[in-house]
Ligand binder design. Structure first.
Ligand code: ATP
Ligand code: MG
Ligand code: MG
Ligand code: MG
Length: 433
């Protein structure tokens, strides 16, 4: 992509409406624009990151055996009346009336719709277990939308639903998702701590929130420092049952679940921190299947309510959370796994014929090699180009200037470490492919 034609409206000044660094940087780097409170346009650069995260989430869901489908954003109120949540959900639900005066809503989540789909199509114990998911926009009329996409009103969520014959099966599905979440966040290079979360009226202990530590987080966490030894951001390989049970055995609680009176962790080992909830997994048994009549015939011919769980990841929230964890005073520092482009190519002297010829040639070669490259071919000074590249945070920068050309080298900069090297064109291509 050529920067001269790319739609990248960057801002020099810090926008006054943004309170947290990720929101500021997303606006400044031309990733998003707000259209109404908590509702955003994803500009080309932001959308690329969103899609990259979405793809990692998808791959890990597929790997865990979940099947992707796509449910609509608009739902009918009837299903929610059946489950009893139409009234209970309150003002966070955006309610809509269609031309025939039918009550509709913009889905905040999809338990009812998927339970309806299940009951209409699956009838036997042979049809389970099943895990189904979609990645779809949700709407919650949050009382205080803030922090940009981290607490939007419209946001992109991956939600999975599991269906099992009995509690034992449901626990297995739950642990499959637990592992998928560990792997997903590790692939994003994140430390997301699984903390036990409140299960409300349903009870039981099978609910975890995945929380990224950040001062601006809205959750409060209490955990045994032993959890740090797991190096969660490295858990991308096969995760065995022993690891799962020892990890789940470590004390790590969301505020509601933490009780100082019964907490077994010695005071000096107990950590408390603020967290951003990026994922939430929840086993809720027959809450919806019972209310909505989603039953299967067991091997003995008897009807049983199917056992369910739901598993969410805030895909759009993750974009902000990743920036909270990966930035410096000059801008964003994208992990390679989600970067919108792998390398930024800077032509330092657009008026210098040799520089332009060399830049154009390298741009072609990178594209031919399948490397995602953003080529700054604009007629502006080097300082502006460097500041812009640092702001948008591509992992690598390749700089072509007159001095380097004389020596036959290109400057190659690592955005995260700031380390610079001089490489020949071949060496540079080797490093990026
Ligand atoms: P929160 O406690 O932040 O309000 P929640 O517990 O209401 O989130 P869930 O119903 O568990 O959210 O939804 C699953 C995931 O969707 C959350 O873990 C979070 O990552 C994401 N999410 C929820 N609300 C929002 C929002 N308003 N904006 C962006 N992402 C959100
Ligand atoms: Mg909420
Ligand atoms: Mg929550
Ligand atoms: Mg939650």
């Amino acid at each position: 992509m050529r920067l001269s034609t790319y739609f990248l409206p960057t801002l020099k000044e810090n926008p006054s409406e943004a309170q947290v660094v990720s929101h500021r940087l997303m606006l400044r780097s031309g990733m998003i624009r707000q259209t109404s409170a908590g509702i955003y346009i994803w500009l080309p650069l932001g959308l690329k990151v969103l899609r990259n995260i979405e793809q990692i989430v998808r791959e890990e869901q597929n790997r865990a055996g979940a099947q992707e489908l796509l449910m609509p954003t608009i739902q009918s109120a009837e299903l929610w009346q059946e489950s009893g949540r139409y009234d209970a959900y309150g003002k966070e639900m955006l309610r809509i009336t269609d031309r025939h005066d039918r009550e509709m809503l913009y889905g905040p989540t999809n338990e009812e719709m998927i339970t309806d789909l299940f009951r209409n199509n699956l009838k036997s114990y042979k049809d389970v277990p099943k895990m189904l998911y979609h990645i779809q926009w949700k709407f919650r009329d949050e009382i205080r939308p803030r922090f940009g996409v981290m607490r939007g009103r419209e946001f992109l969520m991956k939600d999975t639903y599991s269906f099992d014959l009995d509690e034992e099966g449901a626990r297995e599905s739950y642990n499959k998702m637990y592992v998928a979440y560990l792997r997903t966040f590790a692939r994003l290079g994140m430390v997301a701590i699984p903390v036990k979360a409140d299960t409300g009226a349903i009870g039981g202990d099978l609910s975890h929130e995945f929380q990224i530590l950040a001062e601006t987080g809205e959750s409060t966490l209490y955990y045994d420092k032993a959890i740090e030894e797991f190096e969660l951001h490295k858990l991308t390989g096969d995760i065995d049952a022993d690891t799962i049970s020892s990890l789940q055995g470590i004390y790590a609680m969301e505020e509601e679940k933490h009780d100082p009176a019964t907490c077994p962790v010695a005071a000096e080992d107990l950590r408390t921190a603020k967290g951003i909830e990026v994922g939430h997994i929840f086993y809720f048994g027959d809450k919806y299947s019972k209310a909505m009549g989603a039953q299967v015939t067991g091997p003995d011919g008897k009807l049983v309510n199917v056992e369910m769980g739901s598993y969410g990841i805030g895909v759009s929230r993750l974009v902000g959370a990743l920036i909270e964890a990966n930035h410096d005073e000059n801008g964003i520092i994208w992990p390679e796994a989600v970067a919108p482009f792998k390398v930024g190519l800077v032509n330092l002297r657009g008026k210098d014929e040799a520089c332009t010829v060399a830049s154009e040639a390298l741009y072609q070669k990178l594209q031919n090699a399948g490397v995602e490259v953003l080529y700054d071919d604009r007629e502006v000074g080097g300082g502006v180009k460097f500041a812009n590249m640092d702001l948008i945070g591509l992992p690598w920068q390749a700089v072509i200037g007159p001095k380097g050309l004389e020596k036959g080298v290109i400057e190659f900069k690592n955005r995260r470490t700031g380390e610079r090297e001089e490489l020949s064109e071949d060496e540079l291509l080797n490093r990026l492919t």
